[in-house]
Ligand binder design. Sequence first.
Ligand SMILES: [Zn+2]
Length: 275
Amino acid sequence: MPRTPLPPLPSDPFEGLQQGCERPWEVAVDPFEVAPRTYYVGNNWVGAYLIETSEGLILIDTTMQPQVYLVFESIRKLGFDPADLRLILISHMHYDHLGGVRALHEASDAKVMISREDWAFMQARPDMIFDEGYPFGTFIPDAFYDEITPVTLGDRSIRTVLTPGHTPGTTSFFFDAGGHLCGLHGGVGLNTLGDDFLAKSGLPRSSRDDYLAAMLKVRQIPVEITLGSHPTQVGMMEKVGDIRPGHNPFLDPAIWPRLIDGRIAQVRALMGQAA
Ligand SMILES: [Zn+2]
C-alpha cells in the first residue's frame, strides 16, 4: 500500500530533534544504495550509513535513540542482520548522531569508535550532547580514531580525518566503494560557531579557525560520492528516485567542493573575513 508522503521537515534544528524523537515515523525513509556495498540507513533528517565488508558490517552514525528502530528496520530491509554489525563509527558527539549507539551495540556487540577529542568533550560537557532530555543510553568507546591507521574490517578500509569546528572532535570519513572515493564530512554545521553559542558554551573563538583549517584540508580530497551527515546538506533525498541500474545519481565529483566551498564562505563571513 503506498505510504502517505512525509510531512515537510522543520527548518529549526530543535524542532527537527523533537519531531525525530516524538514522531519518528514522520521521518522514516526506505534504505537505499549510495555506492557499491554501501547503503543509506538513516532517516529523512539525519544520516546513517551501512558498509558491507567480507567480515561483517560497519555503521557510520546511529541517529537518535527514539528513532533507532528505523535503523534496525533499514538494515533488515536490505537483507542484513543488525547482529552482524562489527564496528560503529561516530562522526561527532551530538545526540542526533550517537543517540542510537547503545541499542545497536547491545544488539551486536559491535566495537564503538569516536574521536579522543569528542569523547573528552562529552565527558566534560554532557550539556553539549544536546539530547534535550530525550532518552540516551551511555556507552564506553572501544577505540579512538587514528589518522595514520585507517579503520579496517575485512576487505573495506576507512580513512578518518579530524575535522574540528562543529565539535572539537568532529571526524570525517573517506573510503573506496567499487573504485569510487566516498567522502562523509562528519559535521559541517556552523550553529556551534556563532558569537552567542561560543559565549554561552564557553568555547574559544579559535574553534572557527579550526573549522576553516579543517575545511581547507579536506577540500583537496578528490571525493566522487559525497555522503551527507544530514541528507539535506547535499540534496540526497531528491536523487533517490533517480537510482537505476548502471546509474548512480550520487556519483558527482562537483558536489564535494561545492559543499566545502559553501561552508568556507560561511565561516569566513562569521569571522568577518572576505572570501
Ligand atoms: Zn552536530
